[in-house]
Design a protein around this ligand. Sequence first.
Ligand SMILES: [Zn+2]
Length: 401
Amino acid sequence: MTRTIQTTYRYRLTPTGAQETVLNQFAGARRWVWNWALDRKIAHYRQTGTTLSYHDLAGDLTHLKQQPETAWLREMDSQSLQQALRDLDSAYQQFFRRITRGEKRKGFPRFKSRKTDTPRFRIPQRVVLHAEAVSVPKIGMIRVVIHRPLEGVTKGATFTREPSGHWFVSIVTEQQVAPRTERPVQTHVGVDVGLKSLAVYSTGETIANPRWYRTQSRKLRRAQQALNRKVQGSHNRGKARVVVARLHQKIKNQRADFLHKLSTDLVRHYDLVSIEDLSVRGLAKTKLALSVLDAGWGMFRSMREYKADRNDSHVVAIGRFFASTKMCGACGGIHDITLAMREWDCLNPACGVHHDRDLNAARNSDHEGMRLFELRVAAGDAETQNACGDSVSPIGTVGTG
Ligand SMILES: [Zn+2]
């Protein structure tokens, strides 16, 4: 029995001026169809108390293409227009699911604005990646920067224009791979997100914050200040905004690249990786705030999980309330360790062991991870063996930028 894995690949496009115009038109058409359909659905519901289905709207859309004033829709890729209707349909379904679950009445689909919505469109089929270009229906070959080869069968492609002005294509593929083989855990490591460095491993290895991160953050801060000084609505302000957006984009790409390398390295070298499960929302207040992980924690987590799954290794998320930092790894005593304490001595008179704060925490995470893992194995909980901890994520997908 094989299993199916999904992967998302993200590539930067370098379209010609004419191609870029068409990409923008496709995105504009998607927004137009979304707004038209949403308007129709609301009006229909007010009149009849019933909902227009996807099929009703798809029929109306075909009709629109025959009207002279909306004949321009024929120039657009028809799949991407139908996809806009499907997207709206699922936005409705999500909204109603929330209502039936008794959650707040929020999340009703909104009209998309040219100013605030990211220009994008999705083509479910017929997009093909070649050696140096991607072929797109009605546009043809658009040159693309290929930094890693695509594997698997293409299941769909989403085109997005980032605030930097660059177009990207995200291609989702499916691949059949051999089922997981369970092998004994021989190498294991605990990882603590460090204060001085990015991370400390229980082996004593430290991972430094990449130098580019500090440099780029400084550049970004300066560009942001320059933007704030520009007059509202001026031409120079527009230019300064692009500079800021490009820097954001660059950091985002470099971060994804870095985290890909780090996660690949971890799951390749260790059969079991134990790491704290931080709450993404609370990150700003933590020691992460100045590290590359700051805005990439969720990404890093899903990378670890899907890579471990493919590599027949394991990752364990250590619960947030496990006192990895405050516990003495030698005697198990809990002490009040403040953020300022880089090193400390265990206060238990019978112990008194000297600790490096981060290394002690990494070792505690390693032990706790092994303990949790063995519990699961003993319980025969095969399904959760891939990713023990609070949750088992589906075979996730994250692509590089
Ligand atoms: Zn102790």
